[in-house]
Design a protein around this ligand. Structure first.
Ligand code: MG
Ligand code: MG
Length: 251
């Protein structure tokens, strides 16, 4: 079922979204070579819980053990923070985080360079971010879910990148994952209609090579099958009659 949120619920999601944004801003500040992904997780959890009533959405969700998903280089999503995983200069780390406050969630991800990175990587990050922007711009009342996916896919594939199919964006609200699914590929004019009051997480997962994926033995970490690098950007967006409003933009 697709749920429509009241103005009050949207206000609450905006509060959750601000904490999500500020958590990712903090991650941008502290990421450096030599830090472990567990260090990031500990900082993120401490920061989220410093806000009265706020809890990390991921912890315990489907049994996930941590506050963040930290996915390095060929890891696409759902990497589990670990003391053993040290960030190396020239790498990229996708940091994905959700926050729940007063029973409502917000969800956002960003991919952060560790020290200086190659021009190829800068381009991957720029294009993935641009594909998210294009998806958000297509999140218009009267459009359909396929318009969002088509917009994301067009930007990513025009740059020669792969669009991951197995993992998709989603509705979000009182539950972290709600309907509809929001794929990063699609046909314009197809799929569920977009209505005012819907809140969705749009999250392109883009690869430098093939979009095929593999799940590691830890049963969480999804990597590119061809070991190409991958980037992931995400925002939680509210659909309104005045256009899409990003709830995780820190505004
Ligand atoms: Mg996320
Ligand atoms: Mg999400």
């Amino acid at each position: 079922m697709i749920t429509l949120k009241s103005p009050r619920e949207l206000d609450t999601m905006r509060r959750a979204g601000r904490i999500v944004h500020d958590t990712l801003a903090l991650m941008h500040e502290i990421v450096r070579p030599g830090l472990s992904t567990e260090d990031l997780d500990a900082e993120a959890e401490r920061f989220i819980r410093s806000h009265p009533g706020a809890t990390p959405s991921f912890k315990g969700l489907y049994g996930f053990p941590k506050t963040l998903c930290t996915s390095v280089d060929i890891e696409i999503v759902h990497g589990i923070p670990s003391k053993k995983k040290l960030l190396e200069s020239g790498s990229i780390v996708s940091v994905d985080v959700g926050v729940c406050i007063d029973g409502l969630h917000a969800d956002s991800a960003t991919t952060i360079p560790v020290g200086p990175v190659s021009e190829d990587i800068v381009r991957l990050l720029t294009v993935t971010k641009a594909s998210l922007d294009a998806g958000i711009a297509a999140a218009l009342v009267g459009n359909r879910v396929g318009d969002i996916g088509h917009a994301v896919q067009t930007v990513a594939e025009a740059a020669g990148y792969g669009v991951v199919r197995e993992l998709v964006g989603h509705g979000i609200g009182t539950r972290f994952h709600e309907e509809p699914q929001v794929p990063n590929f699609g046909t314009p004019g197809k799929g569920p209609a977009l209505r005012a009051g819907m809140t969705i997480a749009i999250e392109p997962m883009i690869t430098m090579g093939s979009p095929e994926t593999k799940t590691l033995a830890d049963k969480w970490t999804v990597v590119t099958a061809d070991r190409s690098l991958s980037a992931h950007f995400e925002h939680t967006v509210a659909l309104t009659g005045n256009g899409p409003v990003i709830l995780t933009a820190g505004e």
